[in-house]
Design a protein around this ligand. Structure first.
Ligand code: 6GU
Length: 242
């Protein structure tokens, strides 16, 4: 997968060269390009922002550098990326959207400051590429860069060969619509706290049932909104009624 990122703070994207995603970049599974938007400014001060028409606080990003950058990275007569624009005004970033984006051959992330980018940039891009304005949640970040780190990590770990253990996708929180319950490793007793007996029993069906019960209880306690989308059988309902 090709991933390009446009930002006025390219250094903010350095963590994409570390750890799991960094290894995928080193191995060529992800072809990463991080680009300084100021490369497409031509005034002496390399200006990327200006005050909003109609007044109001803060600054907006000017359309001009964005237009030039998009035209150079994705020429109009060539293949087009899917453009992802992080913004608190976007649609929610979910595991389902991560799965969908992981199936794309080419993603281009456009990082703006939170007051945003001149609205004509997204309109202009949408004439030739699929554009998603995406939000991580109901809070405001100072810019899109950290959101891109989050999204690229969520997407990158889904790419074939990036995670060592492919089966672990199927056990992720959200893959069955529930939060994952607690997990334990050695020692069997730590500071007086034992691992739940069932996990040492070797009884695989009982372990699976216990894990489901814990996932159900945790989801009911922390994210009851998720339960309406989950198919619950009689056993599940009994556990939740306890
Ligand atoms: Cl994706 N971007 C910014 N700038 N702020 C956010 C966000 C994204 N999601 C929540 N807040």
């Amino acid at each position: 997968m090709k991933i390009d990122v446009l930002s006025i703070f390219p250094g903010y994207l350095a963590p994409l060269r570390e750890s799991l995603i960094g290894k995928a970049v080193d191995r060529g599974v992800i072809e990463l390009g991080v680009h300084d938007l100021r490369r497409w400014t031509y005034d002496v001060h390399r200006t990327v922002d200006d005050s909003p028409y109609g007044g109001g606080p803060g600054m907006l990003m000017r359309a001009e550098p964005w237009g030039l950058a998009l035209d150079e990275l994705a020429p109009v007569d060539g293949p087009q990326p899917r453009l992802v624009v992080p913004t608190p005004a976007g649609r929610p970033f979910t595991q389902a959207l991560a799965n969908e984006l992981a199936a794309e051959p080419w993603l281009l992330f456009a990082c703006g400051r939170y007051e945003g980018i001149d609205a004509r940039v997204v309109e202009y891009a949408a004439d030739r590429m699929v554009v998603d304005e995406v939000s991580l949640g109901d809070y405001v970040l100072a810019g899109g860069e950290v959101a891109v780190l989050v999204m690229v990590e969520a997407i990158g770990r889904l790419l074939p060969g990036v995670l060592g253990n492919v089966a672990s996708h199927e056990q992720d929180s959200f893959s069955d619509g529930l939060l994952e319950g607690p997990a334990y490793t050695r020692p069997e007793v730590w500071r007086g706290r034992p691992v739940p007996d069932v996990l040492l029993s070797g009884h695989h069906a009982a372990i699976a049932r216990w894990r489901r019960d814990e996932a159900l209880r945790r989801t009911a306690a922390r994210r009851p909104d998720l339960l309406s989308a989950v198919t619950l059988d009689t056993t599940d309902r009994k556990v939740l009624a306890e």
